[in-house]
Design a protein around this ligand. Structure first.
Ligand code: PLP
Length: 380
């Protein structure tokens, strides 16, 4: 069976973990944590980076930093992972779900303004498959209504947005805050891991405190205060050096990993777009966005087509998977949702299927998958 995902190891992970262990400093915020954070800041222009134990944790930090309280409203796409919403639900926010575009799972920015009320505090765009949301429009709304923008950039490492000013900016560097994931299903990995990026300086000081269990420990270790204590809320959001050491090995190989993933993505895309008779929708990369090779998906005509397609791939030894179930229709939130229909989100829930894409995937496997797609279509 060709799996849907296979975590790629560069070979240096255990070497750096061994080094971290030998130095005797394996708790958080040591040499490897600082190397990773500095690399991300310098490479992508984030003002401040804090590694976290997951993207979910980074989103929880965002919800605390945004001072989200009971009664506040947060606008979130419905077609996303649970974490995008749950981080704000834990702060007792009301989630106002937004629909996707019909031809792109990202949040439809033209439908956001109608959802804004005087209780709205934040918009959380998700860069699905690492493809940028239309950030200019989102930032304009944020300025107009004094809202925070928190990018769920879990899938968006090394992907960019070119705004109206013509400047190409890394995803995660545009909103006030952003969250990335290094879960083993993402492009670069640490098993479980993530990071918070802070682009609005007013949040930096408090973020370090929340990160370190509500203490000013980070300042103390920099020699800025002569004792440290409990000064705010927080949790243990920082990962150990063992995780940061693993991540450093991945960072060192980011370029070959990205090149290979983009090559595989393009192989799928070229083969499928050449067959314009097929009744499937291919990923859309708007002119303002880049592709980071995170995911290759196709959208079929119905859930029945998709079920048959996934079964056919399985019979032939390939594991393909569907993705999110609309959050507004979830067991946990459907009673709390305001009842609006979100048809595009539901369509992607029913019809989108993700194909195998990982560093070691062979071209022949892609060729076979393309052949199967053609045969399924002929039968449909
Ligand atoms: C993977 C993912 C997350 C969660 O990341 P973790 O690091 O597992 O917490 C959140 N949002 C999106 C869009 C994701 O793809």
């Amino acid at each position: 069976m060709i799996p849907f995902n296979k975590p790629y190891l560069t070979g240096k992970e255990t070497l750096y973990i061994g080094d971290a262990v030998k130095t005797g400093k394996i708790s958080g915020n040591g040499k490897y944590t600082q190397k990773c954070q500095q690399w991300f800041e310098e490479t992508y222009g984030f003002k401040k980076v804090l590694l976290t134990t997951s993207c979910t944790d980074a989103l929880e930090m965002c919800a605390i930093l945004a001072n989200i309280k009971e009664g506040d409203e947060v606008i979130v796409p419905s077609f996303t992972f649970v974490s995008t919403a749950i981080a704000f639900v834990r702060q007792c926010a009301k989630i106002v779900f937004a629909d996707s575009y019909s031809d792109n799972p990202n949040i439809d920015v033209d439908k956001i303004e109608a959802l804004i009320t005087n209780k709205t505090k934040a918009i959380v765009p998700v860069h699905y498959a690492g493809v940028a949301c239309d950030m200019d429009k989102i930032m304009e709304l944020a300025t107009k209504y004094n809202l925070l923008v928190i990018e769920d950039a879990a899938q968006a490492i090394d992907s960019f947005y070119t705004g109206k000013d013509g400047i190409k900016r890394a995803l995660g560097s545009i909103g006030h805050l952003a969250a990335f994931s290094f879960h083993e299903t993402k492009n670069i990995i640490a098993g479980e891991g993530g990071m918070l990026t802070i682009n609005d300086e007013q949040f930096i000081h408090r973020a370090e405190i929340i990160w370190e269990k509500g203490t000013n420990r980070a300042e103390f270790f920099r020699g800025e205060v002569n004792k440290y204590g409990w000064v705010d809320t927080g949790s243990s959001f920082l990962p150990s050096e063992i995780i940061a050491a693993f991540l450093w090995a991945q960072i060192e190989n980011l370029e070959p990993i990205q090149n290979q993933r983009k090559l595989l993505w393009q192989t799928y895309y070229n083969a499928l777009s050449a067959q314009n008779a097929l009744n499937i929708q291919l990923p859309k990369i708007p002119p303002y966005a880049t592709n980071n090779g995170h995911m290759f998906y196709v959208v079929l005509q119905s859930i029945e087509h998709r079920t048959a397609f996934i079964a056919r791939l399985k019979e032939n030894g390939f594991h393909a998977v569907f993705h999110y179930l609309s959050l507004h229709a979830s067991d946990f939130y459907k009673e709390k949702h305001d009842g609006r229909a979100l048809p595009n989100s539901d369509k992607f829930s029913d019809c989108l299927v993700r194909l195998p894409l990982f560093y070691e995937l062979e071209n022949e496997a892609i060729d076979k998958i393309i052949t199967i797609i053609n045969s399924v279509n002929l039968l449909a």
